[in-house]
Design a protein around this ligand. Structure first.
Ligand SMILES: Cc1ncc(COP(=O)(O)O)c(C=O)c1O
Length: 445
């Protein structure tokens, strides 16, 4: 291969940082540098105010610069910056697990800490496989994900995920024994649905087809996002998640909800499991857990799963899994402070009271040039535009850039613009996001 070095960059000081999920060359030629944040806003390095329409990266649910979190983190750093949780412990880890169990969906009261959504997903998949083994069903190793699913970037999450760009570059380096349900995005039947689409519940029955193909006795778990964000906001048809739950129960297969985005109030209840009244066996979280302030994730497990591991000699480790920074004391302090804010300010349910205004606002974009769908639920919204011929994603990227230039930060996936503002957003700020996006779409060819 003829390895060519890239030409000297326009901004060489930006070269060393290999940016994640970023068009590095485009960014480094036209950087978008955020320097400060408070409340609903970022400020760029050159002092421009930017309204945050996507809660940082779906994580700053209580808004930016929360001094309660800063103080808790600072205090914990001064008291004890690190303590191991392998064969040792510290009080904040137990306090946080107890507090989280109280806001969790019914029964999900055993909590394993990680440092990210990706780690939460890989942890949940491993727990599912090891759980069956602990029950004497070690042949149940197969995992079922879903097309368009995003479960982070670990090998497990990548394998059960279904976003083609996240998979195709890594060839056959996927977990073996993984299959996928069809995705539930159907613009032909469901375009411009308000809230959950009504068509498509039967897509859950595809799970029966996969079970018939592989046999239930080989399947450990099904993992889905109740609402997927990264694929451009894909909603479950009404009744779909309940049907998945029924089929999993019938065949003794664990159901995992990946709530990394939907968790901590995003759709009007603490978790989507409660909003949709469907309780999974395992639930993965991260992001809003600490309001994005310190990296942390958590896997919520049904007690029956934890109990299945609690056998054998009492001095033996039951689950050979964990991270140096599982339940890091500084992250625990941040999560406890975030939870205090969420509860005190009613943020775990605030999206429910804003969702009608939000729905009307985002659906006002219907009818604008190139708009082929508008989707919403809780404080999540998406506008999908038709792609330019031969240039998928180009229109979406241009709209994203122009919105940023006009002071509104959103998220782009292909030709879909996703919105998920901090849950402290004010009604007037909802209008500003949608007006800016609408004006930009109108003038983008
Ligand atoms: C549903 C879901 N799972 C997992 C992840 C991965 O989380 P992280 O980037 O913290 O590893 C994400 C990130 O957006 C996500 O949306």
């Amino acid at each position: 291969m003829n390895a060519q070095l890239t030409p000297a960059a326009i901004n060489p000081e930006l070269d060393a940082f290999w940016m994640p999920f970023t068009a590095n060359r485009q960014f480094k030629a036209n950087p978008r540098l955020l320097a400060r944040a408070q409340g609903m806003f970022y400020w760029t390095q050159d002092g421009r105010e930017v309204l945050d329409g996507v809660a940082g990266l779906w994580c700053v649910n209580a808004g930016h610069g929360r001094h309660e979190i800063t103080e808790a983190v600072t205090k914990q750093l001064a008291t004890m910056e690190f303590a191991p949780t392998f064969q040792m412990g510290h009080p904040l880890a137990f306090e946080l697990a107890n507090r989280l169990a109280k806001v969790a969906p019914p029964g999900l009261d055993r909590i394993f800490f990680t440092n990210s959504g990706s780690e939460s997903v890989d942890t949940a998949l491993k727990i599912a496989i090891a759980y069956h083994r602990a029950r004497g069903a070690g042949q149940r190793t197969r995992l079922i994900g879903r097309e368009k699913g995003y479960h982070g970037v670990g090998f497990g999450g990548m394998s059960v995920g279904g976003m083609v760009n996240n998979r195709k570059f890594f060839g056959s380096s996927m977990l073996p024994g993984v299959d996928h349900l069809p995705h539930t995005l159907d613009i032909e039947h469901n375009a411009f649905s308000r809230g959950l689409p009504q068509w498509g519940t039967q897509l859950a029955n595809e799970l029966e087809r996969l079970i018939a193909l592989h046999d239930a006795s080989t399947i450990a778990a099904v993992i889905v996002e109740p609402i997927s964000g990264s694929a451009g906001v894909v909603l479950p048809p009404a009744g779909y998640l309940k049907r998945l739950r029924e089929i999993c129960d019938k065949h003794d297969i664990l159901l995992i909800f990946d709530e990394v985005i939907t968790g901590f109030g995003r759709i009007g209840k603490p978790f989507a499991a409660q909003a949709f009244d469907v309780t999974p066996d395992l639930m993965t979280t991260a992001k809003g857990l600490t309001n994005g302030a310190i990296p942390m994730g958590a896997v919520f497990s049904q007690r029956k799963i934890y109990d299945a591991f609690m056998q054998g000699p009492e001095n033996a480790i039951e689950l050979f899994h964990g991270y140096t920074y599982s339940a890091h004391p500084v992250a625990c302090a941040a999560a406890l402070a975030a939870l205090d804010i969420y509860l005190k300010e009613g943020l775990l349910t605030r999206a429910a009271s804003l969702s009608a205004q939000w729905e009307n606002a985002v659906h006002s974009l219907r009818g604008l040039p190139h708009v082929i769908d508008v989707r919403n639920y809780g404080l999540i919204g998406a506008v999908e535009m038709e792609p330019r011929q031969g240039k998928p994603g180009a229109r979406g990227f241009e709209v994203f850039l122009k919105c940023f230039e006009r002071g509104v930060m959103l998220r782009q996936t292909g030709d879909t613009i996703a919105m998920a503002p901090p849950l402290v957003i004010l009604p007037a700020q909802i209008e500003r996001i949608v007006e800016t996006l609408g004006a930009v779409i109108r003038e983008t060819a």
